[in-house]
Ligand binder design. Structure first.
Ligand code: FEO
Length: 397
């Protein structure tokens, strides 16, 4: 069912309550998601973005409640990833003469996805297309989060449609930020940033600075996932700027797995060391923890302390994926340490340390290994590790 954002401007997307893992990324989406598409009715009728392919019928139905889809003159594809472009074939089947506006890189990727002879128009930053009483203004946003990503700004309504940027995987019965629980909303917005956008933080800062310099009025920010920022819309822009600077909280995260409780007892002793120094921490037992939630907590924290027993000459298989994720996400300003018990060969701690070094996390303490179950001396070393990491956190190292 469409929602009117402003006179003649409608949300016509699809709320996906069922989604629990985002396509391709294996990103957990505990609260579902939405694919937001926007219809602008003017002398020319415009659709900005579509939905994921399987929900094309619902998109067409939503458009049809406002106008005959055959009357679309322009379809803007801000980004070719198919959760937004997947509905293009269904839309173009009904409006075959519509012009498809894309960024230059977007032309490459949309053509590559669909292999259709549509009437493409590739635009650059600052290009303006008049649609009657309004203008569409385009702003290229490469690496937010693909090379083809683009924002569309609608004037004079002052609605920014930035596609994935400022979005959240958050299915709700509501469309606007002032209608939902703020804590839930920011939980999802931060998870989205930490797990998807962090590697592109330098580009985020540059793009935000560029946007703010344009001094454009912004009444709404309407991303392609989740709710629309209507109340104080620039709040999320400021938050992105803050997140992109990656100044962590003075806290720690302990990530561990354990076979016969030895590494668990070490994790607890490390926690005692952190607590004794007054540094807050959270510990995650990976077999029952959601990797993307843990990544979000690591994003917030100054230090990550990773523990695993040695299994088949390395860390347990629950630990390796998060280490791989951390390498790709390029988190900045992090401290790290490693620990683990072992029975025979004991390589896991060194392998974890090497991996944390590849993530460019600074080593805050030497790793602690305990053979078989940790004894009192081993546990004292773990408390000392916790204390040393805590001091490094407090010292702002
Ligand atoms: Fe929501 Fe990059 O797709």
């Amino acid at each position: 069912m469409p929602t009117e954002l402003a006179k003649g401007v409608y949300w016509v997307g699809f709320v996906d309550w069922t989604l629990r893992h985002f396509h391709g990324y294996e990103l957990s989406t505990h609260r579902g998601s939405s694919y937001n598409a926007y219809l602008i009715t003017d002398e020319k009728n415009v659709l900005v973005d579509t939905v994921w392919g399987p929900f094309s019928d619902q998109l067409i139905q939503n458009i049809a409640e406002i106008i005959d889809p055959a009357k679309l003159d322009i379809v803007v594809a801000n980004h070719a990833e198919v959760d937004h472009s997947g509905g293009l074939p269904a839309v173009m089947q009904r409006a075959p003469k519509a012009q498809v506006i894309v960024s230059k890189r977007g032309r490459e990727s949309v053509e590559g996805h669909f292999h259709q002879p549509w009437d493409f128009r590739a635009v650059s930053s600052g290009d303006k297309v008049n649609i009657g009483q309004r203008d569409l203004v385009f702003i290229e946003a490469p690496m937010l989060h693909w090379p083809d990503s683009m924002f569309t700004y609608l004037a004079p309504d002052a609605i920014l449609m930035p596609n994935d940027a400022f979005g959240q995987h958050y299915a709700t019965a509501f469309r606007f930020n002032d209608e939902v629980d703020e804590e839930e909303l920011y939980e999802e917005a931060l998870k989205y940033y930490a797990n998807i956008l962090t590697p592109f933080s330098p580009q985020v800062i540059r793009k935000i600075d560029e946007l703010l310099k344009l001094n454009l009025p912004v009444n709404m920010i309407a991303p392609s996932h989740g709710i629309i920022w209507r109340k104080d819309p620039l709040q999320i822009v400021k938050k992105y700027h803050e997140w992109a600077t990656q100044v962590p909280e003075k806290s720690a995260v302990i990530v561990f797995d354990s076979m016969w409780d030895g590494t668990r007892r070490m994790a607890e002793a490390i926690g005692e060391g952190l607590k004794a120094e007054g540094v807050p921490f959270r510990a995650f037992y990976m077999p029952v923890s959601d990797r993307n939630d843990v990544i979000t907590e690591i994003f917030r924290a100054k230090a990550v302390i990773v523990g695993s027993p040695t299994f088949n000459n390395g860390p347990l298989p629950t630990i390796t994926p998060i280490l791989e994720d951390l390498k790709g996400l390029k988190f900045q300003n992090k401290l790290s340490a490693a620990f683990g018990s072992y029975g025979w060969s004991g390589e896991a701690v060194k392998i974890i340390e090497d991996h944390l070094a590849l993530c460019k996390f600074s080593k805050a303490a030497e790793g602690v290994k305990a053979k078989w179950q940790p004894n009192a001396e081993d546990l004292a070393k773990c408390r000392a590790l916790g204390s040393q990491v805590a001091k490094a956190i407090k010292g702002g190292v």
